[in-house]
Structures are given as C-alpha cells and as structure tokens.
Design a protein around this ligand. Structure first.
Ligand SMILES: NC(=O)c1ccc[n+]([C@@H]2O[C@H](COP(=O)([O-])OP(=O)(O)OC[C@H]3O[C@@H](n4cnc5c(N)ncnc54)[C@H](OP(=O)(O)O)[C@@H]3O)[C@@H](O)[C@H]2O)c1
Length: 430
C-alpha cells in the first residue's frame, strides 16, 4: 500500500467525534477501498479535557485550529467547527493557502464564501470537499456532480432540514401547534435552543444555495434565495392539505427560468402521491430532474454523527484515491452569474385560508377580488357554518403569477369581514 492519507480534524463535536469513531470501526475496510490507510494525525477543539467517547491521546493536539491548518503533518484539513465566519473560515483559508486539501460539513460557510473558497482552492490546485454539508448522509453532491454529469438539470428540490420536517410531521400526526412540537423537538435534541436557523428556513437556504451552484454551474448566491420558515403553518392548514390531497413540507427549490435563477425555501403543499410526501420526521430527500435521467430521488438521514461522518468519509476516500473534481462541477471562471428570478414572477397554484365572518356576501366579495386580479379558483371548502362568528374558508387556485396573488391577498386581508391575515401556501407541481 502507498503512504497513508494524513488527516487533521478541526472540531470534535457531533461530527468530528463521529469521523474518529467511524475510522476506528471501519478503518480497515476504508483502507482496502481507498487503496491506502486514512490516518488522523492531529486534532483541534476548544476543550482538550472533554471526553469525546473516542481515544485521542495519540493524536497531536492544537488549541488553535488555524495553527493546526498551517503546521500539522497533514495532507487534508477537515473543518468540522461550524459558522460562516470566524475560525472555520480561517481554518479553510489557511489550509488552502498552505496547499492542503479541505473537507468541510459547513453549509453556512459555503453558502456565504463558497465561490471565493472554490477559487482559492483552484488556484492552489487543492480540493474542497463538502459532501457532508448538504443533506447529511445522502451522497447527493457526488450524485449530482458525477452520477448526473450528462444531464442538464431542470429543477432540483428537496427537504433539506430535518428539524422542520420532524416538526411538520409531528404537527400533522398529533394536531398539536408549532410551539408545542418545537419544545418537544428541543427536548429530544432535534432542535437547537435557538431554533431560528432551522425553523426560519436559513439552514435549508444555505444548503439550497450550494446545491443550486452545483446543479446549474453558477456562483453560490445565498442572498438570492427567497426564504420563509414554518412558524406560520398551523395544524388546521395541515388538515386541509390532507383533505385536498397534499402534505405540507418545507422545500428548497431551485430552477433556471427565463428570468434567471429561482431559489426559494418555503412551506409547500406537495401531492400525496409523490415520493417526497412520504419523507417524514428527521429524514431529508433531494429530487434532481435531469433532461435525460428524468427524476432521480435520494432519501436518507440529513444529520447526526453517523450519517454526517459517512459523508465526510466519502470525500476522504476520493482524496485518498486521488480522485479530484472542480468544487462546483466546472472551473470557477466558468461559473455563471445569472440574475435572480424575482419571487413575484413565480407561476403556480396556491392554497389560501381565510378566517371570515360568516355573513352573506362575504364569499362573493372574495371571489370578486380574485376575478379582478385574474386569479382563477380551482376549489373552495367551507366547513361548518356559524352565523356572525369567524369560520375558515379555504380556496385553491389555478396557476397564477405570485404578483397577482399578492395583490389579491392584500385586498382580501383589508376587508372588514376577514379577521386574520390570510394564510397562503404555495402548491408545488411535482
Ligand atoms: N451535527 C450534525 O448532524 C451536522 C450535520 C451536517 C453538517 N453539520 C455541520 O458540521 C459542522 C460541525 O457540527 P457539529 O454538530 O459537530 O458541531 P458541534 O457538536 O457544536 O461541535 C463543534 C466543535 O467545534 C469545536 N470548536 C468550537 N470553536 C472552536 C475553536 N475556536 N477552535 C477549535 N475548535 C472549536 C468545539 O470544541 P469543544 O468540543 O471543545 O467545545 C466542538 O468540538 C457544522 O458546520 C455543522 O453545520 C453538522
């Protein structure tokens, strides 16, 4: 066997310790597959004394992860600290400048600085691997970059945040409100103490921006992602979705349109008969639509020590074998910079829920507004009647432009008969 691939790991939390455990358990098998040993030589974290459930006594310890990136006896630096800036960025930049390969699970860093890091890596002729950064254990980066390399990707979408998917699944199954289920998810360790990155859609948007860059050969444009989270989704909407033949999922969707690159993260109604509707709890899924392959569906665990370590290993084995690929599939200078397709241009159908005072003429007023904005109705549901009390009225529309839908919702929301802000959920044609 040739020389081992020497690895230094910054960050020994959930993922970092997971990588060490995987190598301890499957090291022989991985060496066989890679054709050489994968040897961890150095590590860095904040607290040297913390028990990480794995023996690190033989490894060189660095208090300063950036110093490790500079000085360690390593071919590759694995960054598993996290955060879009600060030490994680410094570690990656230092390693690249020093001519070492980098592997990271850090979607926040890639979403903001991905293009610059890819450019730096290319200039130094080193690899920047990030299989673990998108959809955890699902090998979707490799699948898109290599497995689907012959295809023009028409749309790529997925359930990219396990916390949100868990919360929506539990809300639907138990009928409980968002806050209740979130509190449970926090107790179970599925949601952070500050859940905003997850439930407000930011984490999914980070991953979508990275995935879109790879799928469409564009620079990473996180600022171009339209982001909405799941805080406003109510159990009532989940019930109505079922009645209408849908399930509500937080989707990240990217596609190239005549107006530019559309990237959006928001709750969607997806048809019950589609594979993505059945992806439940903490699972993730990605669907890539290629012009020759058709739909390719990938499903699996999007987070956790084991799945994420598995993805890090995929990048490590590639390096050990000497397999290299451009970070986003093409040389950085070839990455396109398409305009952002404005959300107002999105065409599709909508679910709308209104809480209205049950009086004669109210529905006629609502339909008149929709007609004035050329929004055509597909279906209407009104459960129970209760004169002079507030009742839900649910509408679904045919395909319309988002700008028209927004104008209509604004007018409807201003009516004295409508007692709460109208709720709209986009219906995704899949
Ligand atoms: N957890 C997942 O399931 C998952 C899935 C996909 C991607 N990721 C990504 O993987 C990365 C790591 O996530 P994680 O869940 O493993 O995080 P974590 O459990 O919070 O671990 C972070 C590690 O970084 C270390 N660290 C913090 N500041 C440091 C510094 N200044 N210098 C050196 N080390 C420092 C911490 O040291 P101490 O242990 O000493 O405090 C800890 O070991 C993040 O980018 C995350 O987004 C995570």
């Amino acid at each position: 066997m040739t020389e081992p691939l020497k690895i230094a790991i910054a960050g020994l939390g959930t993922v970092g310790a997971g990588v060490l455990k995987l190598l301890a358990k499957n090291g022989e098998l991985v060496a066989q597959r890679a054709g050489r040993r994968l040897t961890v030589t150095a590590v860095s974290a904040r607290d040297k004394k913390r028990d990480r459930g794995v023996d690190i006594s033989a490894l060189k310890w660095f208090d300063d992860a950036a110093a490790m990136a500079q000085e360690a006896d390593a071919d590759v630096i694995v960054e598993l600290v996290g955060g879009s800036d600060g030490i994680a960025k410094k570690v990656c930049e230092t390693a690249i400048a020093r001519g070492r390969h980098v592997i990271t699970a850090n979607k926040a860093l890639l979403a903001i600085h991905g293009t610059a890091l890819a450019r730096a890596a290319e200039a130094k002729d080193v690899s920047l691997g990030y299989e673990a950064a998108v959809a955890g254990g699902i090998p979707v980066i490799k699948a898109v970059r290599e497995g689907l390399a012959g295809n023009r990707i028409q749309r790529i979408y997925g359930i990219l945040n396990g916390t949100c998917n868990y919360i929506l699944t539990q809300m639907r199954k138990t009928g409980r409100a968002f806050e209740d289920v979130l509190a449970d998810a926090q107790k179970l360790g599925y949601a952070e103490a500050d859940p905003s990155f997850d439930v407000d859609g930011i984490d999914a948007a980070h991953k979508l921006a990275v995935l879109a860059a790879l799928a469409f050969g564009t620079e990473v444009n996180f600022k171009g992602v339209h982001i909405e989270g799941i805080r406003h989704v109510s159990p009532m909407d989940l019930d109505y979705a079922k009645e209408l033949g849908y399930r509500v999922k937080l989707l990240g969707v990217a596609r190239m349109t005549e107006h530019g690159l559309e990237q959006r993260v928001h709750p969607c109604m997806v048809p019950l008969e589609t594979p993505i509707a059945d992806v439940e709890d903490v699972f993730n899924a990605v669907v890539a639509e290629g012009d020759f392959v058709g739909n390719a569906v990938f499903e699996g665990r999007g987070a956790g020590a084991g799945p994420t370590a598995s993805a890090v290993l995929s990048d490590l084995v590639d390096l050990a074998r000497g397999r290299r690929a451009p970070t986003f599939g093409v040389p950085v200078d070839s990455l396109a910079r398409p305009p952002v397709s404005p959300m107002e241009k999105r065409r599709g159908s909508y679910y709308i829920r209104l809480m209205v005072v049950d009086r004669p003429g109210v529905i006629a007023d609502v339909t008149a507004v929709l007609r004035d904005e050329s929004v055509s109705l597909e279906a209407m549901l009104q459960r129970g009647r209760s004169p002079n009390e507030t009742v839900p009225v649910v509408l679904t529309t045919h395909d319309t432009e988002e700008a028209a839908m927004n104008r209509a919702l604004k007018k409807i929301g201003a009516s004295s008969h409508v007692r709460e802000t109208p709720r709209a959920i986009r219906i995704e044609a899949l």
